[in-house]
Design a protein around this ligand. Structure first.
Ligand code: EPZ
Length: 428
């Protein structure tokens, strides 16, 4: 398995192009199942999870065509055409779903358009149990018959789905996406109450509207969808990846660097910028994106708590913790979305960080410096937090299990190296 070697201590300067968002691209790809016409997605990131979704859609009979090239600066925004003309197969098999939980997003579109779907139940996950009960209850409320057999969800709605009022007991990004897609082809009106409001949901809703769907309340926690018989094709540009923006902003901050993040948008990362500003980081809008540098010589500890959007994102929690390890004073970091998302803590501790975990909170006490070490991570964001720590640490850090990073960061090593990081991928 490949590894990444980082020699810490370089200040990062230069520009980094921001890719399209993985977590927007995955549901958008699943939305292609809602129509027999072509959905064209621009600015698609080149990532392992996108390949997994493409493999799943290919298995379901979706025809795909990829255009476009890597552009200057390593940005590889691609144009992807998906046509779900003859979807004969409606099974998402275990082998693909176990690789990526977002595979569950084909369930709503398949049942809505074809009246049936069999999707393997995603298993447990490194960051928590992550059930899909809200997806299933919601589909049942739209009239689908749901059975769980042999590890699969069997959903049927031979006469189609019917609109309903669905009140989510907790905010779920995936359930909101799945049910919003299904409701577009249901008969009558669906209301989704306490819906997720993440920018990726807004991006999906915007694309669905361009495909002919009737959706009101986009960007709020109350979505009203009036179903229609048929959706049509469209061309849609995937929203920039706010987690990539936040991650590189932290890379500038932790290395005392100065980076321009091309394509980045302030409105996507309000809560992260607020925390960074309090910590002593300067974030300025430029003509092309955002510029991030230190406002103060030393960073100060800032408390953060993860929350659904517009709160501080759980997908930035590990990176914020890495940044806080060398801030002066203490920072209390509380995770409220997933129950097991502190797997980076023991690895950061091996690099010299001082962190105490009590339940859902981690108390980080700043240390003067981190030291490089061999480290290992169990999920995507934990892995990138160790890369950030490695960039600031004295000496060499070797990161194992690089495949986690390949799932969600496009050309991470190349983008950082272009700004002066001493970082290389060691082939197995
Ligand atoms: C999405 O996951 C993202 N994935 C995650 O990104 C992100 O961490 C998460 O939203 C929260 O922002 C994609 O968009 C592909 P949820 P999702 O349903 O949709 C519980 C990354 O690193 N829940 O909003 O699976 C669940 O267990 C990742 O890119 C239920 O109890 O998250 C969790 O505690 C990882 N029942 C909470 O809700 C359900 O049916 C929020 O999960 C569904 C969710």
């Amino acid at each position: 398995m490949d590894k990444i070697r980082i020699r810490g201590g370089q200040q990062l300067t230069g520009t980094i192009p921001i890719s399209g968002a993985k977590n927007a691209a995955l549901p958008l790809m699943a939305a292609s199942l809602l129509t027999d016409e072509t959905l064209t997605l621009n600015n698609l990131p080149h990532l392992a999870d996108i390949v997994t979704m493409a493999n799943l859609l290919a298995q379901l009979g979706v025809k795909m065509h990829l255009n476009g090239h890597a552009t200057e600066g390593g940005h590889a925004g691609r144009v992807f055409e998906l046509t779900a003309g003859d979807v004969g197969e409606t099974t998402a098999p275990y082998d693909l779903v176990r690789k990526m939980r977002a595979s569950i997003l084909v369930l709503g579109p398949l049942v809505a358009r074809h009246g049936r779907a069999q999707v393997s139940l995603p298993g447990g996950c490194a960051i928590g149990t992550r059930p899909v009960d809200l997806h299933l209850k919601g589909l049942a409320q739209l009239g689908a018959e749901i059975e769980l057999r042999e590890g699969y969800v069997h959903a049927t709605a031979p006469r189609g789905l019917t609109g309903a009022k669905i009140v989510f007991p907790m905010v779920s990004v995936g359930a909101t996406e799945n049910l919003m897609m299904a409701a577009c082809l249901a008969e009558g009106e669906t209301q989704l109450v306490n819906a997720a409001r993440e920018p990726e949901i807004v991006d999906l809703a915007t694309c669905l509207v361009a495909m002919g769907a009737n959706i009101d309340g986009i960007g709020t926690d109350r979505l009203r969808i009036v179903g229609c018989r048929k959706l049509h094709g469209t061309t849609h540009m995937v929203v920039p990846d706010r987690i990539e923006i936040g991650t590189f902003a932290m890379a500038a901050a932790i290395t005392r660097g100065d980076l321009e993040l091309v394509g980045a948008r302030l409105d996507l990362i309000g809560a992260v910028v607020e925390a960074l500003t309090q910590a002593g980081v300067r974030v300025q809008e430029t003509e092309r994106g955002l510029r991030v540098s230190r406002a103060a010589d030393d960073l100060v500890g800032v408390d953060v708590m993860t929350e659904p959007y517009p709160g501080f994102p759980t997908d930035m929690q590990a990176q914020m913790m890495a940044l806080m390890t060398t801030a002066s004073g203490a920072a209390m970091i509380t995770e409220t979305i997933f129950e097991n998302r502190f797997m980076h803590v023991p690895e950061l501790a091996r690099m010299g960080a001082s962190i105490n975990v009590h339940g859902a909170s981690a108390m980080v006490r700043g240390v003067p410096r981190l030291t490089g070490a061999p480290v290992m991570a169990t999920d995507l964001r934990a892995s990138v937090s160790l890369v950030l720590a490695g960039l600031a640490a004295e000496g060499d850090t070797i990161l194992n299990r690089v495949y986690h990073l390949d799932r969600g960061y496009e050309q991470l090593v190349e983008k950082l190296a272009a700004c002066g990081a001493e970082i290389e991928r060691l082939k197995a």
